[in-house]
Design a binder for this molecule. Structure first.
Ligand code: FEO
Length: 405
């Protein structure tokens, strides 16, 4: 694989990770993920963001660097927009091979280089608006964008070419192969990347949506010609599209409109809660509202988060289990809280066998979620015809609320 030329002075190099391992040790990546870096050349050479030595990534990088006549040993500056190990775990090794490389990051980033990687010399702190002159007219400017996706984060701006190196911002799951630019992928491939960018956002970035909105406001004055993230597609034809997409994603849990659809998340021990789910879905669909269903624990929570995050309405369907909530649903609700899934219209249903308990624990659990909750429906064992009629009616009520949202 070769390095990809963005312009005469800037190249994208990337590693495609196809691995059984999960991203962050949590999130499945069946379509892989990329680790992107960027070579920027003036009289001196900077490498923007690095990699984790993961699933052949170092070999992929070295091969691509060689196609533009570069090696890790010949880099003058290493710009670290973000210190998470997917972009930095190779740092100790590159410093061993290239002791003269100067490492550049925000003050919080440099503190992490010192404390996390135990590297103490040839470090340079930069703040918002500071710049690095590479010579031959090539100037990089640094833009602090905290909490995308951790407090030390910044983005780097190539003034002459109007390229924004955004690290986690505007990123996605999904490996790229031999293509990296937005205009090289088909409509169908873009749809797949859209889904993977939403899943990446809901899994990784959603907790920080208020910071994403602030960063997008700050960056609006820049009008980038190219957006070059460190995961996923490089946007040279449609940079505005990925900005608008991220703005919409950030709005889903910060008071702006979600999609007018319902995500039904259900678990059932012996099929009786599922009978109730079918009735609720009948009611929702009778109102013409799109409904997406996920059974837990069969569907990994990563995918549940993705569809639940974008939906204005949720159905949480689970039986009582040992006097409490069905455990896989407790896990999903825990993630909803951690990822700040606020502002949803929600219906909770479920069956119980000997004695209830899920309802009490559920209501305690969601007390701080800022959801609009319809009255729960519970039944013992097999739902009666009356229960099913009520469930269909509640489904219709939820769908109407979603349409008005
Ligand atoms: Fe791609 Fe927050 O690291």
């Amino acid at each position: 694989m070769k390095a990809h030329k963005i312009c005469e002075t800037v190249y994208a190099v990337h590693a495609d990770i196809y691995s059984e391992a999960r991203f962050e040790g949590i999130w499945p990546i069946p379509s892989g993920v990329t680790l992107n870096s960027y070579v920027v050349r003036g009289a001196k050479t900077a490498l923007i963001d690095l990699i984790k030595d993961w699933s052949g990534s170092v070999q992929q990088f070295e091969e691509q660097l060689a196609t533009v006549g570069l090696s890790f040993e010949a880099v003058d500056y290493l710009v670290l927009n973000h210190l998470e190990p997917d972009h930095t775990a190779f740092l100790t090794e590159i410093r061993r091979r290239n002791p003269g490389v100067q490492i550049i990051s925000t003050p919080k980033g440099i503190a992490m280089v010192r404390n996390f990687f135990k590297i103490t010399d040839n470090l340079r702190e930069v703040k918002n608006g500071d710049s690095l002159d590479l010579g031959n007219g090539k100037i990089l400017e640094f833009v602090e964008t905290p909490n995308i996706h951790w407090p030390e984060t910044m983005m780097t701006w190539d003034r002459s070419e109007k390229i924004l190196f955004s690290c986690d911002g505007f990123g996605s799951y999904g490996a790229l192969g031999d293509r990296v630019f937005d205009d090289e992928f088909t409509k169908e491939e873009h749809e797949a990347f859209y889904a993977e960018s939403l899943r990446y956002y809901s899994n990784i970035v959603a907790s920080f949506s208020s910071f994403v909105k602030k960063a997008i406001d700050k960056l609006s004055a820049f009008e980038p010609a190219v957006i070059a993230p460190s995961h996923g597609i490089v946007w040279r034809k449609y940079p505005r599209e990925i900005c608008e997409r991220y703005a919409r994603f950030a709005g889903y849990n910060t008071g702006e409109a979600c999609e007018k659809e319902v995500c039904v998340i259900w678990g059932s021990m012996y099929g009786y809660t599922k009978l109730g789910v079918d009735a609720v879905v009948e009611g929702i669909e009778a109102e013409g509202v799109r409904c997406v269903q996920h059974q837990v624990p069969d569907t990994d929570a990563s995918f549940v988060l993705s569809d639940a995050y974008r939906a204005a309405g949720l159905v949480i369907a689970m039986p009582t289990y040992e006097y409490k909530m069905f455990p896989p649903m407790a896990h999903v609700l825990d993630l909803f809280e951690r990822k700040h899934f606020t502002g949803k219209k929600v219906l909770r249903i479920g069956s119980w066998g000997w004695v209830g308990g899920a309802k009490k624990e559920y209501e305690e659990r969601i007390a701080g979620f800022k959801w609009t909750n319809l009255e729960s429906v519970e039944w013992q064992g097999i739902p009666s015809e009356g229960d099913l009629a009520l469930l269909r009616e509640r489904g219709k009520m939820l769908a109407k609320m979603v349409k008005e949202a």
